[in-house]
Design a protein around this ligand. Structure first.
Ligand SMILES: [Zn+2]
Length: 647
């Protein structure tokens, strides 16, 4: 069997290749393309990260692999978590490899954790791009009261329901701290200095899954010593000179801090760093950004690998940042890019370390940074966006390139490792397009409109506090639609089985009528019974009783060329048009076109496929080219157009 390297770039768009190549960026990816075959791939109709990667890894669709963000299958008491390996119902390529005795190395690949297979070296988590499983705390902006209130006031100016969206983000990533004159320090000169208490919270899903509470549980208190004259903040674990953990000068990162936190009775050593972003002259007004706080051990399988990797590559953070961190003002765009860059270079170093030392037949990594970058920063490089500034285009591409350079390094490492003997694939799970400023706004609004309509029709019941009580309602959220609460099938089900069809058809009628009050478009472009959605590639035991295809964006996309700054004014999003973006909304979204580049023996050189293929064609093609059996549940075929087949 030939070795296979899969480099997954989340959200990477084929449209970025030419502008990057023409600027001299991504030379190794360019070489890969010139020496291999390229194809565009169509993603499923309701495509997104978790099910798209599941489709890539298994060569099957939702019907067979059953993964979406949250799987709310009919009959289930609790939703299944769609990034978990235990939710994946079809065989992934690394399980196939394991079955035939081939070793795999997996880095943050979706549905690869917990590790359920032999012959697998695993680093990272399950590929989920939000709060990490075993982090101590997500990244945070600690703000003095004046700056915190200023951010919250701005967010409040946005049109309803956007302020509630910002409040959720702020709750996750902003902490208000009290800055006061220093008091009770040992061995520290007190003149003109200030202090602030820095609480650290326990927020990893591992700790909060049962309660859902993270931000309420402070597990440690650290102390900032603020030196306004020097533009420096120092961090201490106790208020004494010998307890210093690190320091940051305005605008620059501290060194890495390793500190032992008391977690559920035990001690967890974890790494983080911090950066002073703002400091008023008086020293009382301040904004300090803290990276994710992530354990020094336990993120690799076999276990001893974690510390070896940290020694060789530096501290590992699982999700250092995401667009939401900037949108709520926890840090600026430049710090965001530095975080993504760090993540990328860590992966590249780890990839080299693992590839050179391990015995392996399959190496598979998913790098999520392009997705975060696109969501936040699409306006920097796309001239159609009203916030685009042509004078800053080159600066925009330079910032973008900093996030892609580590990916190009990964391609270089792959080329060096497998030479002309192995198969190298670079693949994205979906592409990228611009996001209309109304998109977030109408998406949030749509949820409210659906709930109100269902309540009016007696399908939904509310708790005394006003929120929907799904457990007591006739209808419940499903995967790509809605489920009915059927007696004998669903826990707490109330609909008699013989009433099922009548209730379901009425629900379909209700949903079909709903319109978005802002755009007047229907909320759903399609509402139908699950059986009817099979024609679209859906189906299987986890499909919802009623399938819906949301229509939050179509109408807006057609109008995209006409989007203006006034559209931002309409939804009251303030402070737009600066690259620092203290409060804003995403500018990039997912497109239903992904891409694949494959290079290796038997693969056509310098070829671009004329036909459009699907995500489910990727793994069978790679397996065929490498001489590995095709995964057991694969329904996709080999992309013969890419192969240099003997006539
Ligand atoms: Zn994605």
């Amino acid at each position: 069997m030939r070795r296979i390297v899969i480099i997954g770039l989340d959200s990477f768009s084929h449209r970025w290749l030419e502008p990057l190549f023409s600027r001299g960026q991504l030379p190794n990816l360019k070489r890969l393309m010139e020496e291999g075959s390229f194809s565009l791939l169509k993603t499923p109709i309701v495509g997104a990260t978790p099910h798209n990667w599941a489709s890539i890894s298994t060569g099957s669709s939702f019907k067979d692999h059953g993964c979406t963000w949250w799987v709310r299958a009919p009959g289930l008491a609790k939703p299944l978590y769609g990034f978990s390996s235990t939710t994946l119902a079809a065989e992934p390529i690394w399980a196939t490899a394991s079955r035939v005795g081939v070793k795999s190395i997996l880095l943050d690949v979706p549905q690869s954790y917990p590790v359920l297979w032999e012959n697998v070296v695993h680093v990272g988590e399950d590929g989920r791009p939000d709060s990490s499983y075993r982090c101590i705390q997500v990244s945070k902006g600690y703000l003095s009261e004046d700056l915190y209130e200023e951010y919250m006031r701005r967010a409040q100016l946005a049109a309803d329901p956007l302020p509630s969206y910002y409040r959720v983000l702020a709750k996750a990533h902003l902490v208000k701290v009290r800055v006061q004159e220093v008091r009770g320090w040992e061995g520290v000169g007190m003149g003109g200095l200030y202090e602030a208490e820095i609480p650290i919270y326990l927020e990893g899903r591992k700790y909060t899954a049962a309660t859902g509470e993270g931000s309420e549980r402070a597990i440690a208190k650290l102390y900032l010593l603020i030196r306004p004259a020097d533009r420096i903040v120092e961090l201490y674990y106790e208020k004494r000179a010998g307890a210093r953990l690190g320091a940051s000068k305005l605008g620059s990162w501290s060194g890495w801090v390793r500190y032992g936190f008391t977690v559920e009775g035990g001690r967890v050593e974890a790494y983080f760093r911090f950066k002073l972003l703002k400091l008023g002259d008086s020293g009382r007004s301040l904004h300090v950004y803290f990276s994710q706080v992530y354990p020094a051990k336990g993120f690799a399988h076999p276990g001893e690998l974690s510390e070896k990797l940290i020694e060789a590559c530096g501290p590992y953070l699982q999700t250092p940042t995401r667009q939401q961190v900037v949108l709520c003002g926890a840090c600026d765009v430049y710090t965001f890019i530095e975080e993504l860059e760090y993540m990328g270079w860590w992966y590249a170093r780890a990839m080299r370390y693992l590839i050179e030392r391990g015995e392996w037949g399959l190496f598979y990594i998913k790098y999520h940074a392009p997705d975060f970058l696109n969501h936040l920063c699409a306006y920097m490089i796309d001239e159609r966006h009203p916030l685009f500034d042509s004078e800053r285009l080159e600066e925009g591409w330079r910032l973008w390139s900093r996030v892609f350079e580590p990916a190009d390094e990964m391609v270089k490492i792959a080329l060096e490792a497998v030479g002309d003997e192995g198969i190298i694939a670079v693949i994205s799970d979906h592409g990228s397009k611009l996001m209309h400023p109304f998109y977030m706004y109408t998406t949030i609004l749509a949820g409210r409109i659906v709930a109100e309509a269902l309540e009016r029709e007696g399908y939904v019941v509310r708790k005394p506090g006003g929120e929907v009580d799904w457990a007591r309602s006739l209808v419940r959220p499903g995967s790509f639609g809605f489920n009915l609460a059927v007696r004998g099938r669903d826990p707490g089900g109330v609909i008699e089985p013989e009433e099922y069809e009548r209730v379901r058809l009425r629900l379909i009628e209700i949903l079909r009528e709903l319109r978005n009050p802002v755009t007047n478009a229907h909320l759903f472009k399609l509402v139908c019974r699950r059986e009817d959605a099979e024609a679209l590639g859906y189906g299987g035991p986890r499909c919802a009783d009623v399938f819906v295809w949301p229509n939050f964006g179509d109408h807006l996309e057609l109008e995209y060329e006409k989007v203006t700054r006034e559209d931002y004014a309409k939804i009251g999003v303030p402070d737009i048009g600066t690259w620092e973006w203290p409060v804003g909304i995403p500018t990039g979204a997912h497109e239903d076109i992904a891409m694949l580049i494959v290079r290796g023996p038997g693969v056509k050189r310098g070829y671009k496929c004329k036909k459009l293929y699907s995500l489910i064609n990727v793994v069978p093609t790679l397996c065929y080219a490498a001489g590995l059996p095709i995964p057991r549940d694969c329904t996709g075929g080999v992309i013969k157009e890419m192969l240099a087949l003997e006539e």
